[in-house]
Design a binder for this molecule. Structure first.
Ligand code: NI
Length: 183
């Protein structure tokens, strides 16, 4: 077990596409354990393996405190999503100090493999749906700050650039977007 450093958006690896997992062995279980440890150390509710520098298609989610689930999902893929959207505040451990409104489907159905390689499906709504979509985006090299509506992105562009340079956020014009980290 180990807490590993979490990459921020100044790291190019966060923009790469992760590889499918093919071996369901002890290395995978150790990776998942490190992901849970690293996420918990930062108070996060979701993490993708790439965020600790491992380009494998693995995500973990812990939304137990919010009334949802805790779990690890290997090779997750979107099977279905509602047309109905939810609007909510989203953050990311790789974008420290910044969060922003982002529309996501209200409900999703996900296919994935468990740590033994068994095929499974799970459905989630609201925060859980948002977490699945956010973490699966990481596996495709996408970070939420690059998906914001243009107007919101424009307001936050200075902060995003500072984080990409490894600096703390500093944008007094939009304090409501500078909240706590989450995923
Ligand atoms: Ni994230």
């Amino acid at each position: 077990m180990a807490v590993r450093p979490i990459l921020t958006i100044k790291d190019e690896r966060l923009y790469q596409v992760s590889e499918p997992v093919t071996k369901f062995d002890r290395n995978l279980r150790n990776l998942v354990r490190d992901m849970f440890d690293s996420m918990a150390a930062e108070g996060g509710v979701g993490l993708a393996a790439v965020q600790i520098g491992v380009l494998q298609r693995v995500i973990v989610i812990d939304l137990v405190e919010k009334g949802f689930i805790k779990g690890a999902f290997v090779n997750p893929r979107l099977l279905a999503a509602s047309e109905e959207l939810q609007d909510g505040e989203e953050g990311c451990l790789s974008v420290p100090g910044l969060s922003a409104q982002l529309k996501r489907p209200r409900w999703v159905k996900i296919g994935y493999q468990d740590l033994s390689g068994n095929e499974k499906t799970i459905e989630g709504e609201m925060l859980l749906a948002r977490a699945f979509l956010h973490e699966m985006d990481h596996l495709d090299g996408k970070v939420f700050v690059d998906q914001l509506e243009p107007e919101i992105h424009r307001l936050l562009a200075g902060d995003i650039e500072r984080i990409k340079q490894g600096l703390p956020v500093e944008n007094p014009k939009v304090p409501e977007y500078r909240k706590k980290k989450s995923a």
